[in-house]
Design a binder for this molecule. Structure first.
Ligand SMILES: O=c1ccn([C@@H]2O[C@H](COP(=O)(O)O)[C@@H](O)[C@H]2O)c(=O)[nH]1
Length: 295
């Protein structure tokens, strides 16, 4: 147990979760159709009941929860109030919470997003957030520093799971120090470089800044070779695309290759569609299947 106020790097916390619970991450995506299936109204009350039941089923079975903020935002301020409660419940239950917010802007504005989602004591405090470096990796530098100071994590969109992303993410850079790299490859290398530049890099198995790689994505075609061992610290990889979008636990090693050890396998609809009575078993079964894949 660490002393109060001690900052434990996000990468270290993630490593501990992998060791205790494995790599499955439950996605909290309260689609209107799922609320209906769960017998809940498409309202803030419905979100609250749905969210509380998902957290109850997930706690002690998995160590990571990824709320998709869009489904709360569509209910306005009432949705955000529910989200605040659910974030606190999940964190109190000991889960690492990744807020899937995909924020990005000029640096001074991204800093404010970082404060909203990662500052200790913020009503929306999570353990990590997803972020876009479309305005340049430099635009998120202050957030990376603030996250590090608070023991928080970031997942930078690199090679996402949606097929229509490839035209942009596979485009080859003409200028910059990473000319010749794809956009996805340059972002990935930039994040790896950031983790390596931290003072404690050599002693860490995992860095605190990761990337988003879709489990449905051909990483090699996106300019990210998967047969070359990345340097330490290892790269956390938030990987949506398992379950509903088609990827299976058995695909993990072939898809991610040298990055497999850092993969957080997110599944949302495939688990949530088991309904309130089936979700606990669905999570436990899937957690076992990822466990069988190994590290
Ligand atoms: O590349 C990306 C980035 C994020 N997502 C998000 O993950 C979940 C996936 O949900 P499923 O129901 O398991 O398909 C959802 O919140 C997406 O917004 C992604 O799919 N791909």
């Amino acid at each position: 147990m660490s002393a109060p106020g001690t900052v434990i790097p996000f990468g270290e916390r993630l490593e501990a979760v992998f060791a205790a619970y494995g790599r499955l991450c439950v996605g909290l995506d309260p689609h209107a159709s799922l609320l209906d299936q769960w017998g809940q109204p498409d309202s803030a009350e419905g979100l609250r009941e749905f969210g509380l039941r998902v957290i109850e089923a997930a706690a002690d079975r998995v160590g990571i929860l990824k709320p998709q903020i869009a489904f709360f935002e569509r209910h306005g301020a009432a949705g955000y109030a529910v989200l605040e409660r659910l974030l606190a419940e999940a964190r109190d239950a000991g889960m690492l919470v990744i807020a899937d917010v995909k924020r990005g802007d000029i640096g001074s504005t991204v800093e404010a997003y970082g404060e909203a989602w990662l500052r200790r004591g913020s009503s929306l405090e999570a353990d990590a957030m997803t972020i876009s470096a479309y305005q340049g990796l430099g635009s998120i530098e202050q957030v990376m520093l603030a996250a590090e100071a608070g023991g928080k994590g970031l997942f930078v969109l690199a090679a996402t799971s949606n097929p229509e992303a490839s035209a942009i993410q596979r485009a080859v850079l003409q200028q910059s120090s990473r000319a010749g790299h794809t956009v996805a490859g340059a972002i990935t290398q930039g994040v790896i470089g950031w983790n390596q530049s931290r003072s404690d890099a050599a002693s860490r198995a995992l860095g605190s800044v990761g990337v988003v790689f879709g489990a449905t994505t051909d990483l090699r075609a996106a300019g990210i070779p998967t047969d070359v061992e990345p340097p330490r610290p290892g790269l956390p990889v938030l990987a949506p695309g398992f379950g509903h979008q088609g990827a299976e636990p058995g695909d993990l090693r072939a898809r991610f290759g040298a990055y497999a050890a850092g993969v957080i396998a997110n599944e949302s609809r495939s688990l949530l569609s088991a309904g309130p009575d089936g979700i606990g078993d669905a999570i436990a079964r899937r957690a076992d299947e990822y466990g069988a894949v190994g590290a």
